[in-house]
Write a new protein. Structure first.
Length: 278
């Protein structure tokens, strides 16, 4: 048997090699550990979902986390096994086998897995966006104009006689459409538990919709670095019953507000403390 024949025979059985078996065993051990830890970190950082969109988003993130966990485990396993087989010098060791790296089959497998995950992300993301579109098209949805400026959020309720507040009030199980803009620099309107995140651009109105389905108080943050006090640009969103929402509206001062998302163009002050805010 020639050296070439011996090498070919050996390369067809790469899966029987000791290092490959070690890496496979480590992959089996690390996959559930990585999947569990990553999932727990996501849940603890984001908190319980307060809308169907966020619940769907968390489910997708959970699926993707477990889908990529074996890939991450394989990379770590190969690295760990490689560290135990240190080879010094420029030339590969005599028993080096490049059949895996040069295998068309292994490349096809990697590309196929990546393509499936990408296709799943596109389809599932489209489904989530469809929920947003349904809320925007709902005739019973509440319109709220959100204006960002350094370093506060202002909320105007054009269908409620010009009420403006510094805290955001929503009705549980009632769709809301946010019309978001900025009066100075770029901001990003972000409510983690509701699955809402959209840029607030100066002179441009962007829209995002959601249907909150959980009572409670959550945080509104700015997700775009917008200056010195960026970290302080946050306030509360209160999801409440319809009765509590109506009672809250009755306690708020009314403004002569036409619903224009650019009140500064009419010379109206944007400081919520000067306009009937809390």
């Amino acid at each position: 048997m020639t050296d070439m024949q011996a090498h070919t025979k050996t390369s067809t059985k790469w899966w029987k090699k000791k290092d490959v078996r070690k890496a496979a065993l480590l992959t089996v051990i690390l996959t559930p550990v990585i999947g569990y830890l990553a999932s727990e970190v996501q849940v603890r950082l984001m908190g319980p979902p307060a809308s169907q969109v966020m619940k769907t988003t968390e489910s997708l993130m959970w699926i993707f986390t477990w889908a990529v966990s074996p890939v991450i485990a394989i990379v770590f396993s190969i690295a760990i096994v490689s560290l135990g087989n240190v080879h010094r010098g420029d030339n590969p060791p005599p028993d080096a086998d490049h059949s895996i790296r040069n295998s068309a089959r292994s490349n096809i497998v990697w590309l196929s897995v990546s393509a499936v995950l990408t296709l799943f992300a596109v389809i599932s993301g489209t489904i989530v966006l469809q929920h947003d579109n349904e809320s925007i098209l709902d005739d019973h949805a509440v319109d709220i104009n959100v204006t960002g400026q350094q370093w506060v959020w202002n909320y105007d309720y054009p269908r409620s006689q010009g009420v403006r507040s510094e805290e955001l009030h929503l009705v549980v199980n009632k769709p809301v459409v946010f019309h978001v803009t900025s009066v100075d620099v770029k901001h990003s309107f972000w409510i983690v538990e509701l699955g809402v995140k959209i840029d607030a651009n100066p002179g441009v109105v962007t829209e995002v919709a959601v249907n909150p389905n959980k009572l409670g108080t959550f945080n509104v943050r700015c997700a775009e670095l917008c200056g010195l006090l960026h970290s302080y640009m946050q306030n509360k969103v209160i999801v409440q019953t319809q009765d509590d929402y109506d009672n809250w509206l009755l306690t708020q001062p009314k403004r002569n507000y036409s619903g224009d998302p650019f009140p500064q163009d009419k010379g109206e002050p944007t400081d919520p403390n000067k306009n009937g805010g809390n």
